[in-house]
Ligand binder design. Structure first.
Ligand code: SAH
Ligand code: SF4
Ligand code: F3S
Length: 479
């Protein structure tokens, strides 16, 4: 018998959901007292993963409670914030370039404050203040509640820094202010941090230890989004499958499959997505829960990183090639219509041509609908940087990456060709980039479909028959 058959369905307690909402109102009142009267403007830019974009919405909530208003025009702002990423050297270079632009702006607008948030703030700490004279505030991902204090410090002419990493912070009582949002689809953070220690990765150092958010506060946030007309939530975490929350009321433990089910049961019209899954943690129970609910999208981002068992071991991914392939087989057995995507690193330490061929062949085996592909970038402080030589020359890394990209392009195209003639339920998200007469939305498998708009509008569910495709997009017509 499958494990999930034994699992009791969670009965979530409506009163507790309400209590969490009231907690949120209380927090807002406290913040308003602190910043009453000011009508300043803030401008925020986010880089890196979805989690950073979601965190910026928490920061926006803290600022709006202080009386700050968001602006998209940085020249009008009193406070510029950049939420940064450290995952690869290039990501940090991008931020440095943006700081040069803010430098110029600061000369024109004396009194304007500049804050660096996120992973680069956490990685570099006070060195960032020393190297970047324009920066007034440095704030790590677990310290956003301290923003009002640091703004006050900076307004007094001092530099403010808080890079404390917490074992508890989940911002569960803060109701995010949705930025640049289509009103249809929203991110909901369910856990923070990562305990995995992949040898190439800086995230455990910038985001700290894993911790999961209170189930009831997640359900309250999703309920509130539903009330405001949202149709899709993406549950976010560095490693969502290791979500684990102990209910203090009855000592029961809620795992990721339980959480998925509880969110899916809120309303059949609410689509549920999630990201990212670590292959070692995605269980049959999660797969069966996905299969059992129509509104849990049939799409898994399951980063393989490499197809070579030798490289995977060096990466400390804790699975090998065969284990990953078996997981892919389980996904296909339980959900034949599920799309899987991946992340791939080319040219990790000691990677041979044979290892690289293993990566190409596992991509083929897995039939990824799409992948994010990178060449290895050594990150200071990681196990790989301390213990292994970054020994693959850049031109080889780049050539292997080109081969990986070329193969993925073919796989994506073939994947899309197989959808021609099929009809999908699509959640309409936006007007197509190419034409005002066309709308675009995703199917359950996370593929973007463009179609002539007819009478439909953003936020509707429609059925679309696929008639054509490119490597990136499906095209179709309403049925
Ligand atoms: N938690 C997610 C990954 C987050 S980082 C997971 O484990 O799947 C996103 C991706 O960036 C990783 O999957 C990896 O492919 C890539 N990445 C991380 N560190 C990198 C590095 N040092 N060089 C190149 N790519 C890297
Ligand atoms: Fe990084 Fe690995 Fe954690 Fe993903 S699971 S964030 S790659 S350490
Ligand atoms: Fe980047 Fe930090 Fe996300 S390093 S990928 S912003 S967790």
């Amino acid at each position: 018998m499958e494990l999930y058959d034994n699992n009791p369905t969670i009965n979530f307690d409506k009163e507790q959901v309400e209590e969490n909402r009231q907690g949120d109102v209380f927090f807002k009142e406290q913040m308003l007292k602190k910043g009453a009267g000011s009508h300043k403007k803030f401008y925020i830019e986010s880089y890196g993963c979805q989690m950073n974009f979601s965190d910026s919405e928490i920061v926006a909530a803290i600022l709006s409670d202080m009386g700050y208003e968001p602006t998209r025009d940085m020249e009008q702002s009193d406070l510029i914030l950049v939420n940064t990423c450290s995952i690869r050297e290039k990501a940090e270079d991008t931020v440095r370039k943006r700081l040069r632009v803010f430098d110029k702006l600061k000369l024109q607008r004396p009194g304007m404050l500049v804050g660096v948030l996120g992973c680069m703030a956490e990685r570099m700490k006070s060195a960032l203040l020393e190297e970047e004279k324009l920066v007034d505030i440095v704030l790590g991902p677990d310290a956003y509640r301290d923003l009002p204090n640091l703004i006050a410090t900076a307004e007094d002419g001092d530099k403010g820094i808080n890079v404390f990493l917490s074992r508890e912070e989940t911002y569960s009582d803060i109701n995010p202010v949705r930025l640049d949002n289509n009103g249809v689809s929203a991110f909901v953070t369910i856990m923070r941090g990562c305990d995995n220690m992949c040898s190439f990765c800086v995230v455990p150092f910038t985001r700290g230890r894993e911790r999961s958010r209170d189930l009831y506060s997640i359900l309250a946030e999703c309920t509130e989004l539903l009330g405001r007309g949202y149709k899709e939530v993406t549950l976010l975490g560095q490693n969502v499958d290791s979500y684990k929350w102990k209910n203090p009321e009855n000592d029961s433990t809620v795992d990721f499959a339980d959480l998925l089910e509880a969110v899916a049961l809120l309303n059949p019209g609410l689509r549920v997505r999630f990201s990212t899954s670590h292959p070692k943690d995605i269980s049959d129970k999660v797969l069966h829960t996905m299969a059992a609910h129509e509104n849990i999208c049939k799409y898994i981002h399951l980063p393989v990183q490499s197809g070579s068992s030798k490289v995977l071991k060096k990466m400390n991914r804790t699975y090998d090639r065969e284990w990953y392939m078996h997981k892919m087989d389980r996904i296909r057995e339980i959900m034949p219509d599920c799309a899987v995507s991946s992340d791939i690193i080319c040219g990790f330490c000691t990677e041979t041509e044979e290892d690289h061929q293993d990566t190409l062949s596992i991509m083929q085996f897995s039939d990824y609908s799409m992948s994010y592909m990178f060449f290895y970038s050594e990150r200071p402080g990681t196990l790989a940087a301390r213990k292994f030589e970054d020994d693959i020359p850049e031109e080889i890394k780049k050539r292997r990456l080109e081969e990986v990209i070329r193969l993925q392009n073919q796989l994506s195209y073939q994947h899309n060709l197989r959808d021609i003639g099929k009809t999908f339920k699509v959640l309409v998200e936006k007007v197509s980039k190419r034409s005002q007469e066309e709308l675009a939305g995703r199917n359950s498998q996370n593929k973007m479909i463009v179609f002539p708009k007819g009478d439909t509008k953003i936020g509707d569910y429609v059925y679309v028959k696929v008639t054509d495709c490119t490597q990136a997009t499906l095209k179709g017509e309403l049925v």
